[in-house]
Design a binder for this molecule. Structure first.
Ligand code: ADP
Length: 361
């Protein structure tokens, strides 16, 4: 064998990725599929030797694959790829027989004529580790949520007392408080109020979804109500809101869904470009559940901000005169997750933003 071919054979044989070549002899007969070549790693997974596999039919070597739902799906994929001359990525599939059991990342590629190539990777350990880490993270997240709920809840009372006593001192001594003491009391009072606002916001965040139940809601009605609530702001900014006809009825947490629309619509008005009338388009598509989009012609934001803005207390421009606390979008994220959905934004700085979210309840 020429040197180049020997190297090539060595590379394929010792590749850590499983590689197999199959020939589909008759597209109408799934039992006509033959092993042509299988590299060492797949042979090891199959617990077979070359002699037991090369040139043989799948139904002779692994008849159980035809009785196994995933096995049959993989075999049909071989046929389809050979027939339609394409590639199919099967993703991670679970397979077990009397010899092996595991998770395999698997894709099938067209080669030529009736030949197809299988690429296979045993990802059992990786997937196991990911699962373990995810459940660890979920537990830590629950603990953190519980902690922030308790902290924000328990801080309400002392903060109320602090505010009350500062007001009381200011009242009692209103006649003989000198300027310096007055300033200090004002400072304490303002700080306590700010802290109260942060803890109440945190408490609201932690309470989302706890006290409500899923119901059938009419999204058109919800948006009309939100428009009524925002009447003053809409009037003041002259905002134009265009709403797609035929908004759906769906299952959702009514109060939370309303808060979601309210945050997104009020942000679309709030982050308008100076001297430009805000134009807001609300639309929906029946894709991945119901996917809603709220598009504005406002100030937009840079790409690097697109992900961060959904974190608690994150604001793009902290020094801006536009007021806010950086909580609205964190609420929106939690609400969409409550509805098994996601929220994301497409935005161009200086041109506008489109917020999308989906509801999958
Ligand atoms: P807040 O509005 O209180 O600052 P949010 O969580 O609602 O907090 O939003 C976080 C940040 O995301 C805002 O400070 C703003 O910079 C950016 N943002 C939100 N909505 C828009 C929008 N429609 N257009 C441009 N920027 C936006």
């Amino acid at each position: 064998m020429p040197y180049d071919l020997r190297i090539l054979e060595h590379v394929v044989e010792s590749s850590p990725t499983g590689i197999g070549v199959f020939r589909v002899n008759d597209f109408n007969d799934l039992k006509s599929i033959q092993y042509v070549y299988i590299n060492r790693i797949i042979l090891h997974e199959m617990r077979k030797t070359k002699e037991e596999v090369f040139g043989k039919y799948i139904h002779e070597v692994a008849p159980e694959a035809y009785e196994h739902e995933v096995g049959l799906q993989v075999i049909k994929t071989y046929r389809d790829v050979a027939l339609f001359k394409g590639n199919i990525n099967l993703g991670v599939v679970e397979y077990s027989n009397s010899e092996v059991a595991g998770l395999y990342d698997c894709s099938v590629h067209y080669m030529y004529d009736n030949y197809i190539l299988l690429k296979l990777e045993n990802v059992t350990d990786v997937e196991k580790e990911v699962k373990e880490r995810t459940s660890d993270l979920v537990q830590k997240n629950n603990e953190l949520e519980h902690f922030s709920y308790m902290a924000s809840h328990d801080l309400q009372e002392p903060l109320n007392s602090l505010n009350m006593f500062v007001d009381l001192i200011q009242d009692i001594h209103s006649d003989n408080v000198n300027d310096e003491l007055g300033e200090i009391l004002n400072f304490v009072s303002e700080s306590a109020k700010r802290m109260k606002k942060v803890t109440t916001t945190l408490l609201d965040y932690n309470r989302l979804g706890i006290e409500s139940e899923i119901k059938r809601v009419d999204t058109k009605k919800i948006i009309e109500e939100v428009k009524l609530d925002l009447k003053q702001r809409i009037k003041k900014s002259n905002a134009k809101i265009y709403i797609q006809q035929d908004l759906p009825e769906l299952k959702a947490y009514p109060t939370e869904l309303r808060l979601l629309f309210q945050n997104l619509i009020s942000n679309a008005i709030k982050f308008a470009k100076p001297k430009i009338v805000p134009e807001i388009h609300i639309s929906v598509e029946n894709k991945n559940g119901w996917t809603f989009s709220i598009r504005d012609n406002g100030i937009g934001m840079s790409l690097k901000e697109n992900e961060n803005i959904f974190s608690l207390f994150h604001r793009v421009d902290k020094s801006s005169d536009i007021d806010g606390s950086g909580i609205g979008l964190a609420h929106c994220k939690k609400i969409t997750e409550l509805h098994n959905g996601k929220i994301w934004v497409d935005s161009i700085e200086g041109k506008g933003s489109t917020f999308h979210f989906n509801i999958n309840t």
